[in-house]
Design a protein around this ligand. Sequence first.
Ligand SMILES: [Zn+2]
Length: 435
Amino acid sequence: MIRSRASVGLIASALVLAACQTAGRTVYEAPLRQGELLDPPAATEQKQTAATTQSDFGLVDADTIAHDGRYFRITDLSPGERPSPETLEAGLWQSMDRVEQQTRTSGNRVDDTELNAYLTEVTCRVAGEHCNDVRVYVMRVPAFNATMAPNGMMQVWTGLLLRTRNEAQLAGVLGHEVGHFLRRHSAQRMKNVIETTNFLAFFSAATGGWGSIAGLFAQGQLLAFNRDHEREADGYGLLLMNRSGYDPREAALTWSNLIREHDANEDKDERDPFLSTHPAPEERSKILGELGAAVASKMTTSEKGRDRFLEIMLPRRAAWLRDELNQRSFETSNELFDILLEDDPNPAEILFFKGELHRLRGEEGDEQMAIDFYVESLQAAGTPPAELHRSKGLVHNRRGAHTAAKESFEAYLEASPNASDRLIVEDMIKRLATS
Ligand SMILES: [Zn+2]
């Protein structure tokens, strides 16, 4: 009895799951069906991308809600469009403009002209004629995330740049965010919140008025897009990759790597905002993989842009790897480093940070592991940071291996003659020589 009841339950839940997946898949596919896929040798030319973008985004649900003489109209944005002043959405944009001012001068913002120019270039290639509607800000935050505000302010976190492996993967994420913008998902979200709660309660929730809307945005409330918004944005990501000539098969790889990191975390504490949103990463990876392959089969040329991407990212990466370790989530970081090592052009740098991981964790056996990774780094291809020798010296010193420690500190000063901590290290060498 129990067995057959269990079987019925299993079959029922399998059917529900199948139904959900079918429904979800339709939303993923919608942008691809609305947009005629391009075979783009010429798609990399801005003009062609631009010419085909708008008509394909013409949709679906013109929708209004009246309140106090103001209303929503949720149709796709045209290039250069701002919501007209009598709409509720205009207030949403204005408050986001203020948040954007704060973002511009935020201490977390990465003020790096070359990096910002590169991200703007890729965003423009993906966004086509909406290039001027979207502004990218790189934020130094060690988690995989990008956000899109309703007024076109996009944030890309350094933890995302650390994890994407080529320009096509980056373009997939940027395309996803541009999809949220074009489909006005924040406005749809706000409309749903107002409809399902109470308009006045919504506005007086914090300090009142539009200021509290900015607060809600900062707390992620307006970013908590629903499942179908995420699926639709994923579909736009693939469509825009096709439009701009990027290999759409790369989009799924980003997700499968994130799943590996997530699974390596014993606590599974959902620390990545992207992983805590619906739909499940496994679903996204699977469907993006299938649809990405289908889109790719219709393209005769596409590119990954790996060399160009790495040329920009590699010289900047050490700081982001350090941020990653400072979170002290060592299982996930270790898995990330292993993923990077699979095809990294500078394995010496990654191996150094694996050594740092063991040095900082400080559990049983970690000191020896740290030394082993430092040695491996020195023998590997690429260039480790000069501070490898200092870290190696610190571990030797901790273990009482004074001669080895002294040699490592000397190697550090030789590799980094202008080190800011030179006086301290010289002092340590002197004391080790007499010990
Ligand atoms: Zn999203």
